[in-house]
Design a protein around this ligand. Structure first.
Ligand code: PEP
Ligand code: MN
Length: 447
């Protein structure tokens, strides 16, 4: 890994930066950036490089990536119960995947910094009033008032603190044995006992516990590795003043790292080749993802691979396709071929959420479970047919019993959405639907 000599953390400023707020007070913004640049980072370069190796293994098909969390975190949801439930569902899904795929799973949360959102419109009109759109808690507040929607740079400092609290709690839970397979009861969420999948899940936990006990009996020693789980963080590195302030030179590694997260990604709306985000991402040593939509041309995907990973370094680049259940069969083959034609090493991940968003007649933004499942299944098939492989999944989910996506084992209907729709941005899989997706990945693999 060589640092880019021609690159600086602020170099993105010479390029067009889409989806950025317009701050009313430039001096206040500069003061916040100075403050953030002095605050301790949230992750270390050693962790980032360890994750890069895990991703390199997933690229070779030797492990599987599970990435998930809220569409947008909110400051008010930085709360112990919500954080631990989200961690639990991700751990439970990973257990289902490890057991069913017979491979290690790399666990990555969409959290501890997922506070900035791209929006399709800069303005929102309601009852004749037009205000700036809500862009995530890093930037403004969701309430539909003029004061709430003014971008405030101090929110970045608050978001950094909330991210640190989230990380701190996740690290403490994991270090304290929360993910210890000797205690699968920690892995339970109360209301899953009512779930149609609960019997299947409990059987699987029992069989994992039995296997561990068997290994320990044979070796006469406790199986140490089962009580330690690695967990990594990711977010869309959209708000460039924040990302720049958390980008640090690490002399020991001779490189620049974004130390606000392990695994930043570029969103679909900001992946222009000559844009500010690609310019920023090109210089950091983190493993990075790019969201790929059906509008990406073959030439564009090739040039993105070359720009972001000129040395074809293993583990560096992840392509997260989010094509939609109706387009994935037609569009994915050409993308896979384009990448293969230049010999680019990538991890292919499917985001089956963002290509399947629709609005209901009662005004909710939703996604159908069957479309999510179908896009994932078709993605596995297309990669296999093209001699490639799907190495991971990227999901919007929560550990709560929300009703935001339609369908699933309880067959949630449009009327159910009224009951527990809590997302301020995109609809998430609830606890049961998430577990069901993990099980469907295993079924697909075994079929
Ligand atoms: C997201 O991941 O929340 C998002 C906005 O996705 P995309 O960039 O793929 O639309
Ligand atoms: Mn989203």
């Amino acid at each position: 890994m060589k640092p880019n000599q021609d690159w600086q953390p602020a170099g993105w400023r010479n390029h067009t930066a889409l989806q950025q707020p317009v701050y009313p007070d430039a001096a206040a913004l500069a003061a916040v950036q100075g403050e953030l640049a002095r605050l301790p980072p949230l992750v270390t370069s050693a962790e980032i490089l360890a994750l890069k190796q895990h991703i390199a293994r997933a690229q070779e098909g030797r492990s599987f990536l599970l990435q998930g969390g809220d569409c947008a975190e909110s400051f008010s949801d930085c709360e112990s119960g919500l954080i631990s439930n989200r961690l639990k569902i991700l751990l439970q899904m990973s257990l289902v995947l490890v057991h069913g795929l017979r491979k290690p799973v790399v666990r990555v949360g969409r959290f501890a910094g997922q506070y900035a959102k791209p929006r399709s419109a800069d303005l929102e009109t309601k009852d004749g009033t037009t205000l700036p759109s809500y862009r995530g808690d890093f930037i403004n507040a969701p309430e539909f008032t003029e004061a709430a929607r003014v971008p405030d740079p101090r929110r970045m400092v608050k978001g950094h603190a909330r991210s640190a609290m989230t990380m701190n709690f996740v690290r403490a839970l994991i270090d304290g044995g929360f993910a210890d397979l000797h205690h699968p009861e920690y892995w339970d969420l109360g209301w899953v006992s009512q779930s149609p999948q609960s019997a299947q899940y409990r059987k699987l936990v029992q069989s994992v516990s039995d296997a561990i006990r068997f290994m320990e009996t044979i070796s006469g020693e406790p199986a140490h590795n089962v009580n330690r789980t690695e967990f990594y963080t990711s977010h869309e590195a959209l708000l460039l003043p924040y990302e720049e302030a958390l980008t640090r030179r690490v002399p020991r590694q001779d490189g620049w790292f974004n130390l606000s997260t392990h695994y930043p990604w570029i969103g679909m709306r900001t992946a222009q080749l000559d844009g500010a985000h690609v310019e920023y991402f090109r210089g950091i040593a983190n493993p990075v993802g790019i969201k790929i939509s059906a509008s990406v041309t073959d030439n564009q995907i090739k040039r993105l691979c070359e720009t972001l990973n000129p040395d074809n370094e293993p583990g560096r680049l992840t392509l997260i396709h989010r094509l939609g259940a109706d387009k994935v069969g037609a569009e994915l083959p050409r993308l896979v071929r384009a990448v293969r034609s230049i010999g680019a090493r990538v991890l292919w991940v499917c985001d089956p959420m963002h290509g399947n968003t629709e609005s209901t007649s009662n005004g909710f933004k939703t996604r159908r479970f069957d479309n999510i499942k179908a896009e994932l299944e078709t993605s596995f098939d297309v990669h296999a047919a093209e001699g490639s492989h799907l190495g991971g999944v990227h999901l919007e989910l929560t550990g709560e019993n929300v009703t935001e996506c339609l369908g699933g084992a309880r067959d949630l209907s449009e009327a159910d959405l009224e009951r527990a729709y809590r997302s301020t941005v995109d609809p998430r899989l609830n606890y049961e639907q998430s577990l069901e997706i993990a099980m469907s990945i295993v079924h697909k693999h075994q079929s």
